[in-house]
Structure formats: C-alpha cells, structure tokens
Design a protein around this ligand. Sequence first.
Ligand code: ARG
Length: 321
Amino acid sequence: MKMKKVTALLLASLTALAMTACGGTPTAGDNAGGADNSSAESSSEEGSSSEEESSSEENSSPEDNDSSEGNDGSAEGEGAEASGEAEGSEAGTSADGFTTAVEGKLTMATNAAFPPYEYVEGGQIAGIDAEIAAAVAGKLGLELQIDDMEFDSIIAAVNSGKAHIGAAGMTVTEDRLQNVDFTDPYTTATQVIIVQEGSEIAGADDLSGKKIGVQLGTTGDIYASDVEGATIEQYNKGMDAVQALANGIIDAVIIDNEPAKQFVDKAEGLKILDEEFVIEEYAIAIAKGNEELLDDVNKALDAIIADGTVKGIIDKYITAE
Ligand code: ARG
C-alpha cells in the first residue's frame, strides 16, 4: 500500500506510520481540505432540524464571516448567526469563573452517524462528543446546541459562523489545519480495515486494486485515495459503507476503530483486521483565527480532561477489552 500523502496528514502518528514506508512529499489540499472548502452549500441545505430554535435573537449581525457561501443558507435558524459575534460582543463569565466570548448558546456542528462519538438516540444526539461538548459548554456557562449535518460540511459550518465548534470524532490533520483551528486533542483513535469474514485481504498491503468504501471527506477517504489502483466508493455515512461491504458491493472499508466495532456488530459476516495502520488524534474544530473562543474552549476542555470528566465519558461508551 502506498501512502504518500499520509505524512502530511497526521500530527501524532509518526510512530504508527513507520510500517507504511511512506515516500513522497505532502500534498496540500487533497480531499479532506477540498471537501471542507466546497461543502458550505450542502450543509445549509440540510435544514438540520434537530433542536432548531430560531436562535438568531440578540446577535448583532456578523459581517466578517470568511466563507460567504455558507451564509445564505444559514438563515434557517439553527444558531446561524451565533458565532460571528465572537469577536465583538461582551464576554460572559461562568459560575466556574470561565470567560467566554460567546453568549447563551454554544453551537456544535456534528455528523451524528458515528457511534459511539455521536449518534441519534430517541431523537436526541448522544455520544462521547456530545457529552464532552456539553461539559465544555457547562464550564463556560453556556447551553449546548447541536446541529447535525454531513461530515464534510462541518468545517465550512464552523468557518462560516453557522456553528461555534465542530466536534465529530474529527482528526487533526495538516490539511484541515489550513482551514480551521483545533483545540487540544481529547482522545486518540486508529484507522482500521473492515473486510468480509472470508476475505483474502489480511492487511493494508492487500488493498491495492480493491474496491474500498469510506465515509466521504474522512481521513479513511484520504488513506484509501492513496492505495494504488484502488477504486474508492464514498458514502455519506460510515454505516452505509459497511452495509455495502456486507452486501458484497465493495471489498473493504477504512474507518475509525470504535465506529468500526459498532458497525460490524450490526452487520453480518464482517471482521476488523488487527492491523491499526494509523493513529490519530481527535480534537474540536474552531473557526480559524478565533483565538478567543479557542482559548476558552481549550481551558474548559483542559479542565475536564484534568478532573477526569472526559475519561469518565469515554469509559462510559467504550469498554476496555
Ligand atoms: N476521524 C475521521 C476524520 O476525522 C472520521 C470522522 C467521522 N466523524 C463523523 N462524525 N462522521 O476524518
């Protein structure tokens, strides 16, 4: 398996990469970055209806959003204008003494089809990221509002001010860092390969020339695009890729390890290969240059990491083997 671009992608995965014998130079602007940039329209069309609350209330109109495409759609009322104010408005102070540049609500963009990090349960968005974000919001004295959208719309939503933060099991990559800032990482994950039980594919090296399914715009998508001669099938949801694999439409899926376990449990006749070929770090995305909000969220996040809250949340959803 050739993974020439991988070196550019991961901040924390150098050790894991030793095995991939990666050669070439990093290429800026491959699919993650590209998808992120171009997806503003699709995010606004979604009318993500979960928890719409016409929250355009008191915000003074932000005119300095940097992704103009994202703006028109955001009249739909899901905290659309909420984040432009981060620069201009009065900061608040929470009971814990944390200050924020945001008032009232902290809006989070996610793709709630990625258990155990985010998924819909009983009409609500549950999962590790939802709980961590709620804890961050709590520290900042804010109420969390979650907007569900396609994964590859999240960075555009954050940059356009449609959401304050993006929390979606999102891996910190060099490409994404061109478009968005990330908080400190709150956990690590790995990319794994799912195959049919009887498959001849035993590791990344066997993927050449195969049909690989991925969730659109994810790091799995990027790794797949580096596999020689492979055909990439991009799905909007990871589970759709896994279902296609179970149906024999594709030969393998590259996806994050924890969702992989859950998806494989729901399908028939699939297994996860032992090889974890990349280690990644998940962090929260914040509009580029919004230092104030980044600092606030980092302080809150660091506090809930330090006091064990984050570990408690993760342990609740992921049982150690
Ligand atoms: N960690 C991978 C990435 O950052 C996949 C994340 C997918 N998350 C989701 N909520 N669907 O690309």
